[in-house]
Write a protein of this length. Structure first.
Length: 293
């Protein structure tokens, strides 16, 4: 099994026709069909079910699609990075970001650095912290903006300023207009919108306060929590920087007094990626590196 066969396989799987895949790959159909047949023989499975109007992937083919996508993407990334190494700070920087990083990135240092290096292009992917961590270790990402807590072993990290979690309240809750901070028991009985990233943190805290929180919504994107709070659905519990970035003036933003509700963004990369001039140059815009073995 080689990369050429995998690229051919993916083209056929995505197009659903040998003819269309051959046209996309700029090859004749017989060599394409031969490579697919060789791949099936090598793996000992049938990857496509032949139909009168085209082909469809089998269960084995569905399984291979995911691996083929990762392998071809990793191959392209490796090729780009090796070529860029010889040219210095140039090429494509694969950056992963969590949804709650909008208040910190991009910042002026990064914008200035990009202006100084016009040959650098950013490829930005979004995901949650654990998805991005996985892609970092697979070398599919060069750098990722993550949110604590997470396992920082085998990473080089630069830390943003710690920030408090806040409650984002519809303005109808006038009893909190003059308050700067809220205690957890102030949330008792209120409809809460929870950012799933902090499930365990809130579960333990509410348990200690001896009341059952009233969740009306749980979501994977802190911006979604803000959006629903803005539409008066409930009280969103999110990091302050994100709340202030997406504040439309239709809500009250109040800190949570309990100091356990502190989080911070982290810019992370692997020691292997940091060895390249491109990643080293980008990470140099942020002080206080820390490597954990």
């Amino acid at each position: 099994m080689n990369l050429k066969q995998l690229r051919y396989f993916l083209a056929v799987a995505e197009e659903g026709q040998m003819t269309a895949a051959a046209k996309r790959l700029h090859v004749a159909q017989p060599p394409l069909s031969y490579q697919i047949k060789q791949l099936e023989l090598e793996l000992g499975v049938t990857l496509f079910k032949r139909l009168p109007q085209g082909v469809t992937v089998t269960a084995a083919g569905e399984l291979l699609v995911g691996y083929a996508q990762q392998l071809t993407q990793l191959s392209a990334t490796a090729e780009n990075k090796v070529r860029a190494l010889g040219r210095g700070i140039t090429g494509t920087l694969n950056l992963g970001t969590v949804s709650s990083s909008g208040g910190a990135m991009p910042n002026q240092k990064v914008l200035t650095w990009l202006q100084q290096h016009p040959d650098v292009q950013l490829e930005v992917s979004e995901g949650n912290t654990f998805e991005l961590l996985d892609d970092l270790h697979k070398r599919l990402l060069d750098v990722a903006i993550l949110r604590t807590p997470f396992n920082q072993q085998h990473l080089v990290c630069r830390y943003f300023t710690p920030e408090r979690m806040v409650a984002v309240l519809p303005k109808r809750y006038t009893q909190f207009t003059r308050r700067r901070q809220l205690r957890l028991n102030d949330l008792d009985g209120l409809p809460l919108i929870k950012y799933r990233r902090f499930n365990e943190l809130f579960h333990v805290a509410f348990l200690e306060q001896n009341f059952e929180p009233q969740y009306v919504m749980t979501c994977d994107d802190a911006r979604t929590a803000m959006h629903w709070a803005d539409h008066q659905i409930g009280v969103a519990l999110v990091p302050r920087s994100l709340a202030e970035t997406y504040d439309t003036g239709q809500v009250l933003i109040r800190s949570l007094a309990d100091r356990r509700f502190e989080t911070r963004l982290v810019l992370a990369t692997t020691p292997e990626s940091l060895a390249t001039p491109l990643v080293a140059g980008f990470m140099a815009q942020f002080p206080q590196a820390q490597a954990l073995d």
